[in-house]
Design a protein around this ligand. Structure first.
Ligand code: PLP
Length: 391
């Protein structure tokens, strides 16, 4: 049988898509499934953003655009970056990609090779690890520990850097834990990075607006000393509920920008034009729905933590960011993946087992808070009954 080259055997997956497929198949077969597995807002894209895409099509924006994106959307990104972080960024350093994912793909492809080491958060977004393995670089997990509120520890992160480390991947607020790394810790980390001037940093800030309890997102852009080796990944998927549009942005240092632009030319050419115009409207238009969504996620993350803590042998920190909770199920006697499978097949609740986000995720489950309050309540009722019946 024909087969791809060996490197493809090293490439991983995002199990959330497999869980979504299975949950959808069960639902189509007539089962009543509550999906707390998928990492996407349960909101629709704001209407004025949809209208902007329709208008772009009507106005004839049907052709290729610049590989790095239309000037208007890159300038909009710069305005938002200024508003959010106080930092000036040139539109010539902004890259528009089909979703945020291609930026991590590009960064890891540009810096990973056999002999190199790349540090990535564990538990963390699974594509980091998958792409590192694909390049043949050595993947070194940076543990995000529950007793540290799932934040990065500057000391532990710095202790893992060697002269072979080419890239450090950071993500705060975090998928899958909802952890937010505090400013003091980021400052300490950046201070320590001065000793490693050849190390690039990829800061995945796709959940930047999603912080709660007065917790404030800190962008790595705020630290001029690392600007010349910093990649910041962001996008429209989460903030404006646009996962299916495939629209993301990233900000690149001089040395790497041409590489990602070339990768675009060699693969996706450019993001579809109407989506880019929608991206301008999302950034520049009214933010009412974003605020409404954040209020819902804020309420639901507390609800999820309360309901999870109400289960026998389960504990759950109230997440400080993103829209995920990461309850600890170690005392139930279950391992995470068998529990996720049993909950889906037997109780009709889709969750993701912690190990799908790395080895340090064993003993945890990722719960998405992007579902209605009622379905969250119903899901936890089912989970409670299931755990009581299957000790
Ligand atoms: N980074 C993190 C931490 C994510 O959780 C996700 C999506 O789940 C992405 C990046 C990718 O987002 P996109 O759908 O824009 O490619």
């Amino acid at each position: 049988m024909i087969a791809p080259v060996a490197a493809f055997d090293r490439m991983g997956e995002e199990n959330a898509f497999a869980v979504l497929a299975r949950a959808t198949a069960l639902a189509s077969a007539g089962r009543d499934i509550i999906n707390l597995g998928i990492g996407q807002p349960d909101f629709k894209t704001p209407q004025h953003v949809v209208e902007a895409a329709v208008k772009a099509l009507r106005d004839g924006h049907h052709g290729y655009t610049y590989a790095n994106g239309i000037v208007e959307v890159r300038e909009a990104v710069c305005r938002r970056t200024r508003d959010m972080t106080g930092q000036e960024v040139s539109p010539d350093r902004v890259m528009i990609t089909p979703g945020g994912k291609p930026a991590m793909y590009a960064a890891i492809m540009m810096l990973g090779e056999p002999g190199a080491e790349i540090l990535y958060p564990d538990p963390g977004f699974p594509i980091y690890r998958s792409m590192i393995d694909f390049t043949g670089a050595k993947a070194i997990p940076v543990p995000l520990r529950e007793d540290n509120d799932f934040a990065f520890s500057a000391e532990e992160t710095l202790s893992l850097i060697t002269d072979r480390t080419k890239l450090l991947i950071l993500n705060s607020p975090s998928n899958p834990t909802g952890g937010v790394t505090p400013r003091a810790e980021i400052e300490k980390l950046v201070h320590g990075l001065a000793a490693w001037p050849d190390l690039a940093i990829l800061s995945d800030e796709i959940y930047d607006v999603m912080t709660y309890d007065g917790e404030k997102h800190v962008s790595l852009l705020e630290f001029p000393d690392i600007r010349d080796r910093l990649i910041v990944l962001n996008g429209w998927s989460k903030t404006w509920a646009m996962t299916g549009w495939r629209l993301g942005w990233s900000i690149w240092p001089d040395g790497l920008y041409d590489g990602v632009r070339k990768l675009a030319v060699n693969s996706w050419s450019c993001v579809n034009a109407p989506a880019q115009w929608a991206g301008v409207a999302a950034i520049d238009g009214p933010q009412d729905q974003v605020h409404e969504m954040l209020a819902a996620f804020d309420r639901r993350r507390k609800l999820v933590a309360e309901l999870a803590n109400g289960l026998d042998n389960v504990t759950c920190r109230t997440p400080k960011g993103a829209f995920y909770a990461f309850p600890n199920i170690k005392a139930t006697g279950w391992r995470s993946k068998p529990l996720a499978k049993a909950l889906l097949e037997d109780a009709g609740v889709a969750l993701i087992g912690g190990p799908d986000f790395g080895g340090y995720g064993e003993g945890y489950m990722r719960v998405s808070c992007a579902s209605s309050d009622d379905s969250i309540r119903a899901a936890f009722e089912r989970i409670g009954t299931f755990l009581a019946d299957n000790r």
